[in-house]
Design a protein around this ligand. Structure first.
Ligand SMILES: [Zn+2]
Length: 144
């Protein structure tokens, strides 16, 4: 099937595959993921007589908050310190997954360009004006 591929292209394709598999392994080993971001924020407690109600400098905290989109809505959740630490790791993992996936797409596109060039009819490259699928089908009917 890949008999037409030059040694250089076969090597490039093999290199793409190695990098692709390495990245896929990284994904396989990733820990829990969570979307959203963490921030520190001071809060009002809601009691009308508390100093925090009128003086921003006397608000409580600061506390960690998670801001995330759930079903298209932005939700905000106050977190305890240990919860914030867990979310920090999960959010970092989520960013790693997205970065690895983006890299996999880039490598896949590189590999696909090599594969598609190799699959062009009669060893000609697609960009040099290969036959359209219609004319290929017509040619197949004629030779049948
Ligand atoms: Zn208060």
């Amino acid at each position: 099937m890949l008999a037409l591929m030059t040694a250089g292209n076969a090597e490039r394709l093999a290199s793409c595959e190695r990098r692709y598999r390495d990245l896929a392994r990284q994904l396989a080993e990733i820990g829990w993921i969570a979307s959203g971001s963490l921030g520190l924020r001071a809060d009002r407690c809601g009691k009308p007589n508390c100093a925090c109600a009128s003086d921003p400098a006397r608000r409580h905290g600061p506390y960690w908050h998670l801001t995330a989109k759930v079903d298209g809505k932005t939700v905000n959740k106050r977190l305890r310190e240990h919860e914030a630490q867990l979310y920090q790791q999960w959010i970092t993992n989520d960013r790693t997954v997205r970065a690895v996936l983006a890299e996999m797409r880039t490598i896949a596109a590189e590999a696909q360009a090599i594969i598609l060039a190799d699959q062009a009819p009669d060893g000609t490259r697609q960009e040099r004006g290969a036959a359209s699928p219609q004319t290929r089908r017509a040619a197949a009917r004629r030779s049948a």
